[in-house]
Design a protein around this ligand. Structure first.
Ligand code: GLY
Length: 362
């Protein structure tokens, strides 16, 4: 078991990473002496499996557990679902010291965090992420959100959890596509912030790909440590935290064009990282070789590194809905691996040429 502290002043919390944690959840949860109940917002697909183990742990911690199942995946991230949950909290008279617990992937955590942050202006919140993507990224750092038809994550808050329990045992049964999708976020950390992790994955991705529990524990803890450092230095996304958006400018645009029904988030950001590497090489910002290193890494993790891409104009229109759009399209690019920079002056022509080069239709 590894405990990583997210050292945000006044609101520091621990991310506990381990194998079989949920069976002993009471031991790893912080104390909530004023809480009576835990409102567990649970991905419907986990109600018959993982939820029982967590519920026993919450009960052992002295909390009465109320189950609030929600749809799996992005389908849960709507204002309607959050409104239903807020009504459920209100009608069941949840009070401001009661705890909201998210059990599921990134979408469940984003939704539950949004609900926890807005009900009574904020109630205690615990993340129990069950996908690789959520364990290495989404559950840590306090970003909460729901989507609008116009775009992803357009409504949300910054609201830190009180604790995160990342049990890598949950990854053993994860669907292969979801697991690989999480590996795209892992690659993001390796390429931008953790060169030792990059070298480790390059030299032998085997134990991670076969989901060896010790390898997963170490992998998740490494990514969480990188994220914890970044978030502590820039909680509100105005500086270094932007680096965590590596691959996300094109990734979010693809998700938007494909209306959340095409590539998974990880698949989209994998393409986005290749795109960013190509842009960096094209501008002479990065030495030749970055694209090759990026594609080799992603391919070795089982991720697609090229097309098909939608039409250039569709992607360009989608860039404009990016919530980070400021009259130009903002990219995180690498000068070299481990050296991310935020770039706001990428010209339309560069975007177009790079998209065409990657197989987008004109
Ligand atoms: N997923 C990027 C961030 O939390 O800032």
């Amino acid at each position: 078991m590894v405990r990583v502290t997210v050292p945000i002043p006044e609101r520091a919390y621990d991310v506990v990473v381990g194998h079989g944690l949920l069976e002993d959840a009471a031991r790893y949860l912080p104390e909530f002496p004023k809480a009576d109940r835990a409102f567990a917002i649970v991905d419907r697909g986990l109600v018959d499996r993982v939820f029982g183990t967590l519920a026993a742990g919450l009960a052992e911690a002295g909390l009465d557990v109320v189950l609030l199942p929600v749809p799996s995946g992005e389908e849960a991230k709507t204002l309607q679902v959050s409104e239903t949950l807020l009504h459920q909290l209100a009608t069941q008279e949840a009070h401001r010291n009661d705890v909201v617990v998210a059990l599921g992937g990134g979408s469940t955590g984003d939704l539950a965090g949004f609900v926890a942050s807005t009900y009574m202006r904020g109630v205690p919140f615990v993340q129990v992420p069950t996908t690789l993507l959520a364990q290495v990224d989404a559950s840590v750092g306090g970003k909460t959100a729901v989507n609008l038809p116009e775009g992803k994550n357009l409504v949300g808050t910054f609201y830190q959890p009180r604790a995160v329990l990342a049990d890598v045992e949950a990854l053993a049964t994860l669907d292969e596509r979801d697991f690989r999708s999480g590996l795209a976020e892992v690659a993001k950390y390796a390429l931008t912030l953790d060169l030792a992790l990059l070298e480790l994955l390059e030299s032998d991705p085997g134990p991670v790909l076969t989901r060896d529990p010790a390898a997963l524990e170490s992998l998740v803890a490494r990514c969480v440590s990188a994220k914890a450092r970044t978030v502590a230095s820039d909680e509100l996304d105005a500086g270094p935290r932007l680096f965590l958006n590596y691959g996300h400018t094109l990734g979010h645009a693809l998700e938007r064009v494909e209306a959340f029904a095409g590539r998974t988030h990880g698949e989209a950001i994998a393409i986005g990282m290749v795109f960013a590497a190509r842009l960096a090489e094209r501008r002479g910002m990065a030495a030749p070789g970055l694209v090759g290193r990026t594609t080799r890494l992603l391919s070795s993790l089982g991720l697609e590194v090229d097309g098909p891409l939608p039409a250039v104009d569709e992607v360009t229109a989608a860039f404009r809905m990016d919530k980070k759009f400021r009259g130009g399209v903002r990219f995180v690019l690498l000068r070299a691996v481990g050296e991310p920079v935020v770039v706001d002056d990428v010209a339309d022509g560069e975007l177009r040429t790079t998209m065409l080069e990657m197989g987008a239709t004109a």
